[in-house]
Design a protein around this ligand. Sequence first.
Ligand code: 6PG
Length: 250
Amino acid sequence: MPSGFKIIIKDNPAQLAKEATDIFAMTARDSITRRGRFVVAISGGSTPRRMNRMLAEEPYRSEIEWDKTHIFWVDERCVPENDPASNFGTAKKDFLCKTPIPSTQVHPIPGLALPEEGATLYQADLEALFRPTENDYPAFDLILLGVGRDGHTASLFPDQRSMETSDRWMAVVKGKDPDVYRLTLTYPVLNRAKQIYFLVSGPEKATIVKTILENRQAELPVQKIQPSEGTLTWLLDKEAASLLEKVGGP
Ligand code: 6PG
């Protein structure tokens, strides 16, 4: 890992979720003040669900300017929206259907289309909003990522070395759990973000967190997340951070 990252450790998953929700709200406020809109990409998995539910509660529901907010996803499984494995379906149930965000500003990855077609459609959706200059990538205001126990993030898995040199915006990969096609944003898009936060919780993540942060030779997908101009922050709970030497572990 490069030296340019920050670690925040919270006492428990509830406090981690509260901190993440505050970061979401604060970044929304700041981005809207500076640029008139807030564009965020969120992850699936279980860790962000508490934060997602809090976003639909007060004071966040009223304070966030949802009419100036755009929600994208970092990855999606190619399953129907009502499948529990659908990142969009889960987020819709947890908070999107309970907040006044205009439906045109919710940008699910088309998980039902043929995967390659879905990738092309999503890139077009991103291009329409960001209109980046030639050879540039969309620069999200905020990207919230998770970490798998094998060191994957988004749907960027350890056994896909070819992804490391890809200059595409979106990629189609085959996931393992569940065993379905997935669509994912790629390294150059993730690394173009203005702010990236990893949200990691629970004792089952302690070993991988230690490897990622203390073994630079591990060559894990997570370690390829190095924002070119933005900031990188690790938001951990105590259990996920429990094996880290420099922050009071063994
Ligand atoms: C997904 C993800 C994935 C996730 C990690 C961590 O859609 O599955 O984007 O990268 O963030 O697997 O998942 P947990 O939060 O469930 O541990």
